[in-house]
Design a binder for this molecule. Structure first.
Ligand code: SF4
Ligand code: MG
Length: 327
Protein backbone atom coordinates (compact mmCIF):
# COMPACT_ATOMS: atom_id res chain seq x y z
CA UNK A 1 0.00 0.00 0.00
CA UNK A 2 1.35 3.43 -0.78
CA UNK A 3 0.83 6.54 1.27
CA UNK A 4 -1.44 9.06 -0.44
CA UNK A 5 -1.69 11.79 2.17
CA UNK A 6 0.95 12.35 4.80
CA UNK A 7 0.38 15.00 7.46
CA UNK A 8 3.11 15.86 9.97
CA UNK A 9 2.82 18.07 13.03
CA UNK A 10 0.06 20.18 11.53
CA UNK A 11 -0.97 23.27 13.46
CA UNK A 12 -3.28 26.21 12.94
CA UNK A 13 -3.35 29.10 15.38
CA UNK A 14 -5.53 32.20 15.45
CA UNK A 15 -4.70 35.34 17.39
CA UNK A 16 -7.74 36.44 19.41
CA UNK A 17 -8.44 39.31 21.80
CA UNK A 18 -10.13 38.43 25.06
CA UNK A 19 -12.66 40.67 26.87
CA UNK A 20 -9.87 42.50 28.71
CA UNK A 21 -8.15 43.34 25.41
CA UNK A 22 -5.42 40.77 26.05
CA UNK A 23 -4.13 39.08 22.91
CA UNK A 24 -4.17 35.31 23.15
CA UNK A 25 -3.59 32.41 20.79
CA UNK A 26 -6.34 29.98 19.87
CA UNK A 27 -4.84 26.59 18.99
CA UNK A 28 -7.49 25.21 16.61
CA UNK A 29 -5.25 22.36 15.48
CA UNK A 30 -2.15 21.58 17.48
CA UNK A 31 0.43 19.06 16.27
CA UNK A 32 -1.74 16.63 14.29
CA UNK A 33 0.01 13.85 12.34
CA UNK A 34 -1.48 11.01 10.32
CA UNK A 35 -1.08 9.25 7.04
CA UNK A 36 -3.67 7.81 4.71
CA UNK A 37 -2.99 5.07 2.19
CA UNK A 38 -4.52 4.92 -1.29
CA UNK A 39 -8.04 3.53 -1.35
CA UNK A 40 -8.39 3.55 2.45
CA UNK A 41 -10.59 5.52 4.83
CA UNK A 42 -9.46 7.50 7.84
CA UNK A 43 -12.29 8.68 10.07
CA UNK A 44 -11.79 11.72 12.29
CA UNK A 45 -14.25 12.03 15.18
CA UNK A 46 -14.77 14.44 18.02
CA UNK A 47 -17.17 17.04 19.38
CA UNK A 48 -17.80 20.24 17.46
CA UNK A 49 -14.92 22.66 17.86
CA UNK A 50 -12.30 19.91 18.32
CA UNK A 51 -10.50 20.96 15.12
CA UNK A 52 -11.67 18.25 12.73
CA UNK A 53 -13.08 20.60 10.06
CA UNK A 54 -10.00 22.81 10.34
CA UNK A 55 -7.83 19.72 9.84
CA UNK A 56 -9.83 18.94 6.67
CA UNK A 57 -9.38 22.45 5.28
CA UNK A 58 -5.67 22.42 6.10
CA UNK A 59 -5.20 19.03 4.42
CA UNK A 60 -6.87 20.37 1.26
CA UNK A 61 -4.71 23.49 1.30
CA UNK A 62 -7.85 25.66 1.65
CA UNK A 63 -6.42 27.20 4.78
CA UNK A 64 -2.74 27.99 5.38
CA UNK A 65 -1.13 26.06 8.21
CA UNK A 66 0.75 27.83 10.98
CA UNK A 67 3.13 24.87 11.18
CA UNK A 68 3.56 21.42 9.72
CA UNK A 69 4.00 19.53 6.50
CA UNK A 70 1.38 18.02 4.17
CA UNK A 71 2.43 15.73 1.34
CA UNK A 72 -0.11 14.51 -1.19
CA UNK A 73 0.97 11.95 -3.80
CA UNK A 74 4.52 12.65 -2.65
CA UNK A 75 4.33 16.40 -3.26
CA UNK A 76 4.31 19.11 -0.60
CA UNK A 77 0.84 20.70 -0.78
CA UNK A 78 1.91 23.98 0.79
CA UNK A 79 4.85 24.67 -1.54
CA UNK A 80 3.02 24.28 -4.88
CA UNK A 81 1.87 27.27 -6.90
CA UNK A 82 -0.52 27.96 -9.78
CA UNK A 83 -0.67 25.20 -12.38
CA UNK A 84 1.03 22.53 -10.30
CA UNK A 85 -1.30 23.42 -7.45
CA UNK A 86 -4.43 23.26 -9.63
CA UNK A 87 -3.41 19.90 -11.07
CA UNK A 88 -2.87 18.51 -7.59
CA UNK A 89 -6.00 20.11 -6.19
CA UNK A 90 -8.09 18.34 -8.81
CA UNK A 91 -6.97 15.02 -7.28
CA UNK A 92 -8.32 15.99 -3.84
CA UNK A 93 -11.95 16.98 -3.58
CA UNK A 94 -14.17 18.19 -0.75
CA UNK A 95 -17.68 16.90 -0.14
CA UNK A 96 -19.65 19.37 1.92
CA UNK A 97 -21.86 18.92 4.89
CA UNK A 98 -24.78 20.89 3.48
CA UNK A 99 -25.60 19.94 -0.12
CA UNK A 100 -28.16 22.71 -0.57
CA UNK A 101 -25.72 25.52 0.17
CA UNK A 102 -22.91 23.78 -1.73
CA UNK A 103 -25.01 23.70 -4.92
CA UNK A 104 -25.96 26.68 -7.08
CA UNK A 105 -29.74 27.12 -6.87
CA UNK A 106 -29.93 28.74 -10.32
CA UNK A 107 -28.28 25.93 -12.28
CA UNK A 108 -29.61 22.48 -13.24
CA UNK A 109 -27.76 19.85 -11.20
CA UNK A 110 -26.42 18.07 -14.28
CA UNK A 111 -24.72 21.29 -15.35
CA UNK A 112 -23.08 21.47 -11.92
CA UNK A 113 -21.54 18.03 -12.46
CA UNK A 114 -20.30 19.10 -15.92
CA UNK A 115 -18.84 22.36 -14.57
CA UNK A 116 -15.62 20.98 -13.01
CA UNK A 117 -14.78 19.37 -16.38
CA UNK A 118 -15.20 22.74 -18.08
CA UNK A 119 -13.11 24.54 -15.45
CA UNK A 120 -10.28 22.03 -15.76
CA UNK A 121 -10.73 21.75 -19.57
CA UNK A 122 -11.13 17.98 -19.46
CA UNK A 123 -12.76 15.86 -22.19
CA UNK A 124 -12.74 16.85 -25.86
CA UNK A 125 -16.20 18.24 -26.39
CA UNK A 126 -19.25 19.50 -24.57
CA UNK A 127 -20.99 16.26 -25.52
CA UNK A 128 -18.16 14.16 -24.04
CA UNK A 129 -18.37 16.20 -20.83
CA UNK A 130 -22.11 15.62 -20.69
CA UNK A 131 -21.68 11.88 -21.25
CA UNK A 132 -19.09 11.69 -18.48
CA UNK A 133 -21.38 13.56 -16.09
CA UNK A 134 -24.27 11.24 -17.01
CA UNK A 135 -22.07 8.20 -16.33
CA UNK A 136 -21.37 9.62 -12.86
CA UNK A 137 -25.10 10.23 -12.34
CA UNK A 138 -25.59 6.55 -13.01
CA UNK A 139 -22.71 5.57 -10.69
CA UNK A 140 -24.23 7.48 -7.76
CA UNK A 141 -27.70 6.08 -8.42
CA UNK A 142 -29.39 9.17 -9.89
CA UNK A 143 -31.81 8.79 -12.78
CA UNK A 144 -30.78 10.57 -16.00
CA UNK A 145 -34.03 12.55 -16.04
CA UNK A 146 -32.89 14.42 -12.91
CA UNK A 147 -30.00 15.92 -14.92
CA UNK A 148 -32.01 19.00 -15.94
CA UNK A 149 -33.63 19.54 -12.53
CA UNK A 150 -32.73 22.27 -10.05
CA UNK A 151 -31.38 21.60 -6.54
CA UNK A 152 -34.67 22.50 -4.81
CA UNK A 153 -36.48 19.88 -6.90
CA UNK A 154 -34.33 17.10 -5.43
CA UNK A 155 -34.44 15.40 -2.01
CA UNK A 156 -31.59 15.85 0.47
CA UNK A 157 -30.24 12.39 -0.34
CA UNK A 158 -30.36 13.09 -4.09
CA UNK A 159 -28.54 16.38 -3.59
CA UNK A 160 -25.78 14.64 -1.63
CA UNK A 161 -25.47 12.17 -4.54
CA UNK A 162 -25.09 15.12 -6.93
CA UNK A 163 -22.24 16.44 -4.77
CA UNK A 164 -20.56 13.03 -4.85
CA UNK A 165 -20.94 12.90 -8.66
CA UNK A 166 -19.49 16.39 -8.95
CA UNK A 167 -16.48 15.45 -6.84
CA UNK A 168 -15.92 12.14 -8.65
CA UNK A 169 -16.12 13.54 -12.17
CA UNK A 170 -12.54 14.81 -11.72
CA UNK A 171 -11.31 11.29 -10.81
CA UNK A 172 -9.84 12.32 -7.46
CA UNK A 173 -7.52 10.11 -5.42
CA UNK A 174 -8.88 11.61 -2.20
CA UNK A 175 -12.32 12.75 -1.09
CA UNK A 176 -12.44 14.81 2.06
CA UNK A 177 -15.95 14.42 3.44
CA UNK A 178 -16.84 16.87 6.20
CA UNK A 179 -19.93 15.55 8.00
CA UNK A 180 -21.36 14.38 4.66
CA UNK A 181 -24.51 12.86 6.11
CA UNK A 182 -25.26 15.05 9.11
CA UNK A 183 -28.05 16.90 7.26
CA UNK A 184 -29.80 13.66 6.23
CA UNK A 185 -32.26 11.52 8.15
CA UNK A 186 -31.12 8.14 9.39
CA UNK A 187 -32.31 5.83 6.60
CA UNK A 188 -31.13 8.16 3.82
CA UNK A 189 -27.79 8.62 5.62
CA UNK A 190 -27.36 4.83 5.73
CA UNK A 191 -27.96 4.63 1.96
CA UNK A 192 -25.39 7.35 1.29
CA UNK A 193 -22.80 5.52 3.45
CA UNK A 194 -23.44 2.28 1.56
CA UNK A 195 -23.12 4.16 -1.71
CA UNK A 196 -19.82 5.70 -0.58
CA UNK A 197 -18.48 2.24 0.23
CA UNK A 198 -19.55 0.96 -3.21
CA UNK A 199 -17.99 3.96 -4.95
CA UNK A 200 -14.72 3.42 -3.10
CA UNK A 201 -14.64 -0.24 -4.13
CA UNK A 202 -15.31 0.75 -7.72
CA UNK A 203 -13.10 3.84 -8.16
CA UNK A 204 -10.46 3.24 -5.49
CA UNK A 205 -10.22 6.72 -3.97
CA UNK A 206 -9.32 7.29 -0.33
CA UNK A 207 -11.65 9.04 2.10
CA UNK A 208 -10.86 11.41 4.91
CA UNK A 209 -14.20 11.07 6.65
CA UNK A 210 -15.04 13.65 9.29
CA UNK A 211 -17.93 13.09 11.66
CA UNK A 212 -19.13 13.57 15.20
CA UNK A 213 -20.88 10.19 14.85
CA UNK A 214 -18.67 7.35 16.02
CA UNK A 215 -21.15 4.73 14.85
CA UNK A 216 -21.00 5.90 11.24
CA UNK A 217 -17.23 6.22 11.33
CA UNK A 218 -16.94 2.69 12.66
CA UNK A 219 -18.86 1.40 9.66
CA UNK A 220 -16.88 3.21 6.99
CA UNK A 221 -13.36 3.73 8.34
CA UNK A 222 -10.32 1.45 8.27
CA UNK A 223 -8.66 3.64 10.87
CA UNK A 224 -10.12 6.18 13.30
CA UNK A 225 -8.54 9.25 14.89
CA UNK A 226 -10.30 10.77 17.88
CA UNK A 227 -9.67 14.49 18.33
CA UNK A 228 -10.02 16.57 21.46
CA UNK A 229 -9.16 20.28 21.64
CA UNK A 230 -7.10 20.31 18.48
CA UNK A 231 -5.12 17.13 19.11
CA UNK A 232 -5.45 13.46 18.29
CA UNK A 233 -5.94 11.64 21.59
CA UNK A 234 -6.42 8.12 20.25
CA UNK A 235 -5.98 6.46 16.89
CA UNK A 236 -6.38 2.91 15.64
CA UNK A 237 -8.61 0.31 13.98
CA UNK A 238 -12.30 1.05 14.69
CA UNK A 239 -13.13 -2.30 16.29
CA UNK A 240 -10.27 -2.06 18.79
CA UNK A 241 -11.31 1.48 19.67
CA UNK A 242 -14.89 0.36 20.18
CA UNK A 243 -14.23 -2.77 22.18
CA UNK A 244 -11.48 -1.48 24.42
CA UNK A 245 -10.98 2.28 24.19
CA UNK A 246 -7.56 3.21 25.54
CA UNK A 247 -8.33 6.88 26.17
CA UNK A 248 -11.03 7.94 28.66
CA UNK A 249 -12.42 10.43 26.14
CA UNK A 250 -12.88 7.68 23.52
CA UNK A 251 -14.45 5.58 26.28
CA UNK A 252 -17.00 8.33 26.93
CA UNK A 253 -17.76 8.72 23.20
CA UNK A 254 -18.20 4.95 22.80
CA UNK A 255 -20.44 4.76 25.88
CA UNK A 256 -22.74 7.39 24.33
CA UNK A 257 -23.51 5.14 21.32
CA UNK A 258 -26.69 3.20 22.18
CA UNK A 259 -26.54 -0.55 21.49
CA UNK A 260 -29.50 -2.94 21.05
CA UNK A 261 -28.45 -4.84 24.19
CA UNK A 262 -27.88 -2.12 26.71
CA UNK A 263 -29.67 0.84 25.06
CA UNK A 264 -28.19 3.99 26.53
CA UNK A 265 -27.31 2.40 29.88
CA UNK A 266 -23.74 2.72 31.07
CA UNK A 267 -23.27 6.03 29.36
CA UNK A 268 -20.41 8.08 30.79
CA UNK A 269 -21.60 11.64 31.24
CA UNK A 270 -18.66 14.03 31.03
CA UNK A 271 -18.53 17.03 33.32
CA UNK A 272 -19.10 20.31 31.51
CA UNK A 273 -18.42 21.32 27.93
CA UNK A 274 -15.09 21.15 26.16
CA UNK A 275 -12.97 24.06 27.42
CA UNK A 276 -12.31 27.05 25.20
CA UNK A 277 -9.20 26.27 23.13
CA UNK A 278 -7.85 29.71 24.08
CA UNK A 279 -7.71 28.54 27.69
CA UNK A 280 -6.29 25.14 27.16
CA UNK A 281 -6.10 23.33 30.51
CA UNK A 282 -2.61 22.51 31.78
CA UNK A 283 -1.17 19.00 31.49
CA UNK A 284 -3.69 16.71 29.80
CA UNK A 285 -6.26 19.08 28.26
CA UNK A 286 -8.97 16.54 29.08
CA UNK A 287 -8.21 16.46 32.83
CA UNK A 288 -11.02 18.79 34.04
CA UNK A 289 -13.59 16.39 32.51
CA UNK A 290 -11.77 13.09 32.88
CA UNK A 291 -13.37 10.58 35.28
CA UNK A 292 -9.96 8.90 35.75
CA UNK A 293 -7.71 11.93 36.18
CA UNK A 294 -4.87 11.68 38.75
CA UNK A 295 -2.60 14.43 40.08
CA UNK A 296 -0.01 13.94 37.34
CA UNK A 297 -2.63 14.71 34.66
CA UNK A 298 -2.80 18.36 35.70
CA UNK A 299 0.90 18.91 35.11
CA UNK A 300 2.24 16.61 32.45
CA UNK A 301 1.09 16.65 28.82
CA UNK A 302 0.57 13.03 27.70
CA UNK A 303 2.16 12.24 24.33
CA UNK A 304 0.51 10.10 21.66
CA UNK A 305 2.31 6.75 21.90
CA UNK A 306 1.77 3.09 20.97
CA UNK A 307 -0.56 1.15 23.26
CA UNK A 308 -2.26 -2.25 22.81
CA UNK A 309 -3.81 -3.56 19.55
CA UNK A 310 -1.96 -1.37 17.04
CA UNK A 311 -3.24 1.81 18.58
CA UNK A 312 -1.89 5.15 19.66
CA UNK A 313 -3.19 6.94 22.73
CA UNK A 314 -2.29 10.10 24.61
CA UNK A 315 -3.11 9.18 28.21
CA UNK A 316 -0.78 8.64 31.18
CA UNK A 317 -2.85 5.67 32.32
CA UNK A 318 -2.96 3.77 29.01
CA UNK A 319 -0.71 0.71 29.24
CA UNK A 320 2.18 0.82 26.78
CA UNK A 321 2.20 -1.69 23.94
CA UNK A 322 4.03 -4.88 24.83
CA UNK A 323 7.66 -4.58 23.68
CA UNK A 324 8.36 -6.35 20.39
CA UNK A 325 10.11 -9.67 20.81
CA UNK A 326 13.82 -9.35 20.06
CA UNK A 327 14.67 -10.60 16.59
FE1 SF4 B 1 -7.57 11.35 31.93
FE2 SF4 B 1 -5.13 11.72 32.87
FE3 SF4 B 1 -5.51 10.11 30.81
FE4 SF4 B 1 -5.78 12.74 30.54
S1 SF4 B 1 -3.91 11.64 31.02
S2 SF4 B 1 -7.12 11.19 29.74
S3 SF4 B 1 -6.69 13.29 32.49
S4 SF4 B 1 -6.28 9.81 32.90
MG1 MG C 1 -17.21 21.05 11.62
Amino acid sequence: MSVLLDVRDLAREYPVSTAGGVRRILHAVDGVSFSLERGRTLGIVGESGCGKSTTAKLALGLLPATRGQIDFEGQPVTALRDRAWRALRRRMQLVHQDPLSALDRRLPVGQQVVEPLVIHTLEDSAEAQRQKALALFDAVGLRADLFERYPHELSGGQRQRVLLARALVLEPALLVCDEPISALDVSVAAQVINLMQDLQARFGMAYLFISHDLKVVRQIADEVAVMYLGRIVEQGPPDALFHAPAHPYTEALVSAVPTPLRGTQGRIILKGDPPNPVDRPSGCAFHPRCPRAVARCREEVPVLRPVADGRLAACHLAAAAPAMAAA
